[in-house]
Structure formats: C-alpha cells, structure tokens
Design a protein around this ligand. Structure first.
Ligand code: HXC
Ligand code: NAP
Length: 293
C-alpha cells in the first residue's frame, strides 16, 4: 500500500490562511507542505527565524504557494499577538490555527528542576493557550466565523506516561481545552479538534525521546499492531481534512492515528499476541478439560 498518497482534491484549502506553530520542522513542516499544495496560504512560526526563512524558500518553490515566516516564542503572549498582527497584515484574515509547537524530553521526574518542568508546560499548554486566546478573542471581537483550531496532542494525553510527565500533563490540558472550547466557542463559529499521533519519526522527537542507541534498542514499530511507524503524509491527510470544510460537522473530537499502538498497551490480555499459533490447540484442550472437573 502507498501511505504517501495525497487524499484531498487540489483546491480543498484554496482561499484559507493557516497558522502552523512549529511549522518549520518535522510534522509541522509536513502539514504545511500539504496545506500549500491544497491552495492555502500558510504562516509558519517558531523561535528560529533562519530555519523558517529557509523552509519558506524551499516550500514556496516546491509548491508555488505563499508562506509567511514569523519568529514567535509561543510562551510569550506579546510575541503571539505580534505574530497574529503580522499574519493579518500579510493575508487579511486567518482561518485556521494549528497548535503544533511542542517541547519534550525523557527524564525520570525526580531529576527535573522546577524550571525544566515549567519549560515543557509553558511551550505545550501555555503556548497553546496563548495562541488560542489571541486568535479566539480576535475572531470574536471582529465577528469572524467559520474558524478552526486544530491541536496536536499525543495518546498519553489520556493514558499518562512515565518519563515524559511534563509533556503528558501539558497534553492532557490541551485536550481538555480542545473539548471545552469546542462547546463554549461554537456559538462564535469556531470548531476545535485534536489529533493524537502515535510514532511518526522526526528529528525533533527522536533525538529527545530515543537518544543514542535507544533508537535501536526500542524499535517503536514493534509496539504497533500494524508493525510500522507512521508516514508523514498520513498525518498531513488527516490534518488537511480536519481543517477543511469537509469536516464542518466534526467538533470536539480527538482522532488517534497510531496503528493501534496505545490500545495494544492497554488491553489486559493483549500479551497473548505472543502465543504461537500451534500452542492454541493445546491451550484450548486445557481450558475445555476444566469444564468436566
Ligand atoms: C533534564 C533538562 C533536559 C534533560 C533541558 N532540561 N533538557 N532537564 N533532562 N534532558 C532543563 C534545563 O536544565 C533547564 O532547567 C530547563 O530544562 C530548560 O532548558 P533550556 O535548554 O534552557 O530550554 P529551552 O532552550 O527553552 O529548550 C526547550 C527544550 C528543548 C524543551 C528543553 O528540548 C527544545 O527546544 N525542544 C523543542 C523541540 C522538541 O522538544 N521537540 C520534540 C517534540 S516531541 P534549569 O533548571 O537547569 O534552568 C513530542 C512527542 C510526543 O512532543 C510523543 C511521542 C510518542
Ligand atoms: P519537532 O520537529 O521538534 O517540532 C516541534 C516544533 O515546535 C519545532 O518546529 C520547534 O521549532 C517548535 N517549538 C518548540 N518550542 C517552541 C516555542 N517555545 N515557541 C514556538 N515554537 C516552538 O517535533 P515533531 O515530532 O514534529 O512534533 C510536532 C508535534 O507532534 C508536537 O506537538 C508533538 O508533541 C506531536 N507529536 C509528535 C509525535 C511524533 O512521533 N513525532 C508523536 C506524538 C505527538 P523551534 O525549535 O524553531 O522553536
């Protein structure tokens, strides 16, 4: 099967302006690329303006679309307001906010300083709050409707996870924000949804979650029932659908795209996957034999 196939028709996002935080790398860049191919204007933001400028040049020539690169640390509300102003000046309106920027690293929680914990909460939860509040208030004040906020969370937003506790805590907050505002701000013409990706290899995530030879030691594909990691285009397809008008009745939803990974970890008897086919006859016999005793 070809997982890199593009899902929507070419003009699916024509006329839309989309802000992608963390749009200069990894999954943010993959989603940006597809949005441009579908006819959207995209504002990419992060802390590193040189990186963003390089990506702007690359993607404009690759797709023929329009990219605005704006430096913005999502932790600072004044920088978020300035980024919004620059986006509005460039494109007149913003239709979609994609909260994708994140910070994360693995660590036993007792080794974290208070500042280390805060750093992750500030990027993920406060950053998403800052962008959502700035754009939400603007749209409400100016009576602009048909707006979409899409948040990137993780499956451990609801299961929790050891060794990434600040990230799990923050993503759980983002999920709660998604569902809360899906109800509260629907009356202003906004939709809120989230995507929970499973393992999609990116440099940013892999260097911090699987440093050194952990990549070889913990092959994440083995944890996935479908026995593979995700392809960036698969995530971009889902994101494009969720920000497009085709999903106009989807609101307050979190869509998991992980090949069944988190459920495999959760189901109590899923470990029976390890039982070889030839052993099942014997096991069945042993179970049936118990009936007569
Ligand atoms: C313990 C650490 C640490 C580590 C940093 N700190 N790294 N503590 N173990 N490995 C501490 C520092 O000592 C400092 O605390 C505090 O954290 C802030 O660190 P800075 O380096 O000053 O912060 P900053 O420059 O703002 O960088 C933020 C960052 C960095 C999160 C630490 O990794 C970053 O820029 N990340 C952005 C990209 C990213 O993380 N992408 C991955 C997303 S993957 P003190 O007390 O010393 O001041 C993802 C996947 C989810 O989310 C699920 C996958 C399945
Ligand atoms: P990534 O490439 O490291 O992306 C993180 C982005 O956030 C970078 O572009 C980074 O750019 C930006 N960023 C970090 N701190 C910021 C700040 N303070 N202000 C503004 N931008 C900031 O990692 P990724 O794998 O693509 O992750 C993208 C999203 O997917 C994240 O929300 C992550 O939690 C989620 N996710 C990923 C996976 C996976 O397997 N890859 C799984 C589940 C969820 P700068 O460094 O230039 O600021």
């Amino acid at each position: 099967m070809d997982y890199t196939k593009k899902m929507l028709r070419d003009d699916a996002l024509k006329g839309k302006t989309i802000v992608v935080t963390g749009g200069g790398s990894g999954l943010g860049k993959a989603m940006t690329t597809y949005f441009l191919e579908l006819g959207a204007n995209v504002v990419i933001t992060s802390r590193n303006i040189e990186k963003l400028q390089t990506v702007k040049t690359e993607l404009e020539s690759q797709t023929g679309g329009k990219v605005l690169a704006v430096q913005c640390d999502v932790r600072n509300y004044d920088e978020v307001e300035a980024m919004m102003k620059a986006s509005l000046e460039a494109f007149g309106t913003v239709d979609v906010l994609l909260n994708n920027a994140a910070g994360n690293f693995i660590s036993p929680t007792e080794r974290l300083s208070a500042n280390a914990f805060d750093t992750i909460i500030d990027i993920v939860l406060k950053g998403t709050k800052n962008c959502t509040l700035a754009f939400g208030k603007y749209w409400i004040k100016n009576k602009e409707t048909e707006k979409v906020v899409l948040n990137i969370v993780t499956t451990y937003a609801w299961t929790g996870s050891a060794y990434v506790v600040p990230s799990a805590t923050a993503k759980a907050g983002v999920l709660a924000m998604t569902r809360s505002l899906a109800v509260e701000w629907a009356k202003y013409g906004m939709r809120f949804n989230a995507i929970a990706p499973g393992p999609f290899p990116t440099k940013g995530a892999w260097d911090r979650l699987l440093p050194g030879d952990l990549k070889e030691k913990f092959d994440l594909a083995k944890k996935v029932p479908l026995k593979r990691v995700g392809e960036h285009q698969e995530l971009a397809n889902l994101a494009a659908y969720l920000v497009s008008d085709f999903s106009a009745y989807v609101n307050g939803e979190v869509i998991t795209i992980d090949g069944g990974e988190w459920l495999k970890g959760a189901g109590q008897m899923n470990l029976l996957e390890e039982v070889p086919e030839e052993m099942w006859d014997m096991l069945e016999m042993m179970i049936r034999a118990k009936k007569n005793k």
